[in-house]
Design a protein around this ligand. Structure first.
Ligand code: A3P
Length: 359
């Protein structure tokens, strides 16, 4: 249909020629706008968020990255003893033929955050018959990438075609190179990040370090450059991990939001069944993990797992390195840290479309 035909149609609708041209111009503008948005919308959004995030980060002089002298504070991930007892063996059914039952790359990865509740989530997901998961953290895309993809695949448990393979390595979330590497393995990988109040997360991280090395300085000493002036040490890794928006920006350069699920780590503690409902939906799984699979263990102070009704008498709680007591931290320092995180949190809420109420 040519330009003149469209004008003729508008004129039949008894519009003047100049109004017809204006109407046609507006229609074309909307159409082109829609085309551009559908092509580049996600990238434009990612770009805007990147700029916003970078501005706020440079305003606060965060630049030296994760290589700070205090940052030898255990960013290694879980020790093997930490996962002992939480990990099930790779059960092999000899009746299954090698073809159907084999090691596959993960279709979903729990990418972080450290101390967000990543072990709890993985252990809960294991209850699902359509999921197989690694035990220890593979740390492949951050530390072992030079070993090659086949090395990685061999770390995965065997699975059937209809089962999802999952791994978790919380250090992925903060490692700049990782999104591109996962993208190179598979563009359709689903990503799950468990977030928690950044101040609580930092204290949890510190508690872990303190248990390993009881002589380290106090939380307040490490978290502040100048305590009386309230200047937070944004070079300390325990603080840096809490810049969720900054880290997320690296991921949305590669993956669309629909491939990313943000799990509320605080809610995972108080209502695991509800969060697991969201995760199962996101992974396209039957909703088989429900409140029936959880019971609150008063001794542990956390929810524990029961596989079936009969299993109730054999509870499966996470090991003693999950759900540690935290040291007392000066309330004023907590307040200062919360205030410090406020602008970062706001950007994060904006990006993921959810207010976590951390302020
Ligand atoms: P704390 O030990 O500081 O309480 P990760 O597995 O990512 O290292 O996270 C550890 C955190 O998971 C724990 O931090 C704890 O708060 C949280 N968590 C969530 N559900 C839990 C559960 N059922 N049992 C123990 N810890 C749980």
């Amino acid at each position: 249909m040519g330009y003149h035909t469209i004008i003729d149609i508008f004129q039949v609708l008894s519009l003047s020629r100049s109004r017809c041209k204006l109407l046609l111009f507006c229609t074309m503008l909307c159409f082109w706008g829609y085309l551009l948005y559908s092509q580049f919308g996600d990238r434009f959004y990612a770009h805007t968020v990147t700029r916003l995030s970078q501005r706020i980060i440079s305003d606060n002089h965060i630049s030296r990255g994760l290589l700070h002298e205090k940052n030898d504070m255990d960013n290694a991930g879980e020790d093997l003893e930490e996962v002992a007892g939480d990990v099930q063996d790779d059960e092999v059914d000899p009746d299954l033929s090698q073809d159907r039952f084999r090691r596959r790359f993960p279709q979903a990865i729990i990418i972080g955050v450290k101390k967000g509740g990543t072990r709890a989530l993985l252990e809960y997901l294991r209850l699902h018959p359509d999921i197989v998961a690694t035990g220890a953290e593979p740390q492949f895309f951050n530390r072992n990438y030079n070993k090659g993809l086949e090395w990685y695949r061999h770390l995965m448990p065997k699975s059937l075609e209809n089962q999802l393979t999952i791994e978790k390595t919380p250090a992925y979330f903060i490692t700049k190179e990782v999104p591109a590497r996962i993208y190179a393995m598979s563009q359709s990988t689903k990503l799950i990040v468990v977030v928690r109040h950044p101040t609580t997360r930092a204290i949890s991280d510190y508690s872990q370090a303190l248990e390993k090395k009881p002589t380290i300085a106090s939380f307040e000493t490490l978290a502040f450059k100048n305590r009386s002036a309230g200047v937070v040490d944004s070079d300390w890794i325990a603080v840096q991990i809490g810049f969720y928006a900054q880290h997320l920006v690296n991921w949305i350069q590669y993956f669309p939001f629909k491939q990313l699920l943000v799990v509320n780590g605080d809610r995972l503690i108080t209502n695991p069944a509800a969060e697991l409902g969201r995760v199962q939906d996101f992974l396209g799984l039957r909703k088989l993990i429900t409140e029936k699979n959880f019971f609150f263990d008063t001794e542990k102070g956390f929810y524990c797992i029961k596989k079936t009704e009969e299993d109730y008498k054999i509870p499966h709680c996470l090991g003693k390195t999950k759900g540690r007591a935290h040291p007392d931290v000066d309330p004023e320092a907590l307040q200062q840290l919360n205030k410090f995180y406020e602008p970062y949190n706001r950007i994060f809420y904006e990006m993921v479309g959810e207010d976590f109420g951390w302020d």
